[in-house]
Design a protein around this ligand. Sequence first.
Ligand SMILES: [Zn+2]
Length: 222
Amino acid sequence: MRKLLAGILDFHTKREAGSDLLFNQLAKQQNPDALFITCSDSRVVPNLLASTNPGDLFVIRNVGNVVPACCDHSGYSKTDDSEIAALEYALLNLKVKDIIICGHSNCGAIQAICDNTPLNTAPHLKSWLGHAKQALDTFDYPLLYDKDWSPFDRISQKNVLLQLEHLKTYEIVQSALRQKQTSLHAWWFDIEEVEIYAFNRDENKFKVINPAEAQHILQTSV
Ligand SMILES: [Zn+2]
C-alpha cells in the first residue's frame, strides 16, 4: 500500500498540463475504440503495451482472460452477468469497433489447468477455470507455431482462440458481426520478449505485431 499511495502522490505532483486537459475532456463522456479482454495478471498492462491514453480502451480483466460461453438459447449467460454486462455496454452504448482477447505467457491460470492443480480451497477459481479447461482437453484448433513456445504457452494461445469462440456464442456479438460493426481479435503478450502477437487467420498462427502485421490487421478489420 505504501508504494501505491506514494505513486498516487507522485501522479498528483508530476502530472502534466496535457493530462489535466485530457481528463477534463473525458470527464463527461468516454468514446473508446476497443473492448480489451485480458488476464488479471499484474504484468499485463493494456494501456502501457498499446501506448493508449485514458479513454481509449474499455477493459475487462479476469483470471485467464476467460469468456464463459452463452448457456441457453435466450442468449443469457448463466455463469457471469458481470462480464457479459460489460460486453453489452461496450457494443450497445460505446459501439466499440474492435474486441480483443489478449492472453499472455507464463499465465498462472493456464498452468493451474495444465498441472491439474486441485484448488480444493478455491472452489470459485476452480469453477471459473473450467471455462478454459477445454483449451487443454478438447479444443482441437490446428494452430501452427513459429517459435518453440512452452506447452503452457501453446495452450494459452489456444485458450485465447477458444474464448473468442465463446464470445461468438452471444447473439449480441453475432449481430455486431453481421452488421460489420465490430471485428474480433486474438492477441497474446510474450512478457519476456515484451512483444504482442496477433492471431493471423490466413497463416493459422500468432505473429508478432510489426508494421506489416499491423497493416494486415487493419485490412482484415471492419
Ligand atoms: Zn494470466
